[in-house]
Design a protein. Structure first.
Ligand code: ADP
Ligand code: MG
Length: 360
């Protein structure tokens, strides 16, 4: 586990004090420490991630301005900014930070990283494109999902490039080949963390003496995708597919659960009572991937129902829900083979996560 992973895995916001302490002991140079602290604090703000539809084309325009204002004139900026919006579900500031970190590295690779330093320069090219992940890329990146559209942002330079040994380490926090004042080794670690949080990945190509290309892939927002429906902008839902049977004696819950499941990409069947649930399950279990089951129903309890369904099909995947979940019920259900629990009331995010876990 590297530092960034550690930071990103924390649930809540990190204690600023413990971060400071870490940075203090890890570093001697005070100015370097200050810069790192700033960057580490960016990482620790994970819980404040504000996801909303973001147009990458617009982000790119902002980044271009920043580059024009701060890079040496020897770095020629070749930004291909199209007219079409390229939408992703993202934190807009973080996406800009990823692009900026890559552009700064590209600029360095053509100036201060050259053996003769200074002047030489080169061309910094940025391109964006909506793509599907091809097989080569999917094979290299376990996180890549074939068949879903991604927005790709390519930042390439004609700088010094990297050998294989360097390439292997570039995403490690604090790995840098630059002088103390020029690098912290955190730029790419941070970019990696951000992109990963957005469900994306980074593909790198480089050749010593020729240059480098960093391709950032972030899942695209489709115009017909459920994430874009009004009210879903904040939702951090995990999508899936398959047919889910919802059994609950409250009609309102059935209605809400169906809406949520559809929002997550599932198809939902609903049954307003235990016996009706069993009837549907008996008839259609071959096409039902999972069951969302209310624990407390009049007549036949969720657990009894579960036993019947297990007789119909022993591999039945059940996610139990309840407003009042006693530890004892949970233990009993676990022993019987229920796959998961969800406390009512639940959010679409919670449901999407649990149902994915249960379906395995
Ligand atoms: N475009 C690039 N061309 C050549 N080397 C690069 C490029 N981008 C990153 N690197 C290498 O990766 C290292 C880590 O980059 P980064 O995490 O941004 O830290 P820093 O820029 O502070 O050194 C750099 O020190 C450099 O050796
Ligand atoms: Mg950097």
């Amino acid at each position: 586990l590297n530092l960034v992973e550690l930071l990103l895995r924390k649930e809540g916001p990190l204690q600023v004090e413990s971060l400071m302490k870490y940075v203090d002991t890890a570093l001697e140079s005070s100015s370097r420490a200050a810069e790192m602290t700033k960057q580490l604090l960016t990482l620790s703000r994970k819980s404040e991630l504000k996801l909303a539809p973001v147009d990458v084309t617009l982000s790119l325009k902002h980044v271009l301005k920043l580059c024009q204002n701060s890079f040496p004139k020897s770095v020629e900026l070749d930004f291909h900014i199209g007219e079409k919006p390229l939408r992703v579900q993202a934190d807009p500031l973080q996406i800009e930070q990823v692009m900026l970190n890559l552009c700064i590295n590209a600029s360095h690779a053509m100036t201060i990283m050259r053996p003769e330093r200074g002047r030489h320069g080169g061309v910094l090219t940025v391109q964006t494109e909506k793509v599907d992940c091809d097989r080569n890329i999917c094979a290299r990146h376990p996180d890549a999902r074939p068949g879903i559209p991604y927005i790709m942002i390519r930042v390439s330079d004609t700088g010094v490039g990297m050998d294989e040994e360097t390439s292997r380490q570039i995403f490690d926090p604090f790995f840098t080949t630059k002088k103390q004042e020029e690098g912290t080794g955190l730029g790419l670690a941070i970019a990696y963390g951000i992109v990963e949080q957005h469900g994306g990945f980074i593909d790198v190509y480089s050749e010593p003496g020729k240059g480098s290309a960093f391709n950032v892939y972030i899942p695209a927002l489709n115009d017909i995708s459920p994430e874009q429906r009004p009210g879903a902008a904040r939702a951090n839902i995990i999508t899936g597919s398959g047919k889910i049977l919802v059994i609950d004696d409250e009609n309102a819950i059935l209605h809400i659960a169906r809406g949520m499941l559809e929002q997550c990409g599932y198809e939902a069947l609903t049954a307003p009572s235990g016996p009706e649930g069993i009837e549907i399950y008996m008839r259609e279990h071959a096409s039902i991937d999972g069951v969302l089951l209310d624990l407390a129903m009049p007549g036949m309890s969720g657990l009894e129902l579960f036993k019947y369904m297990k007789e119909i099909y022993p591999g039945v995947k059940v996610l139990l829900t309840s407003g009042l979940m006693e530890n004892e019920d949970i233990r009993t259900a676990m022993a019987l083979g229920v796959r998961g629990f969800l406390q009512k009331p639940y959010s679409v995010e919670e449901l999407s996560l649990k149902i994915k876990e249960v379906l395995g």
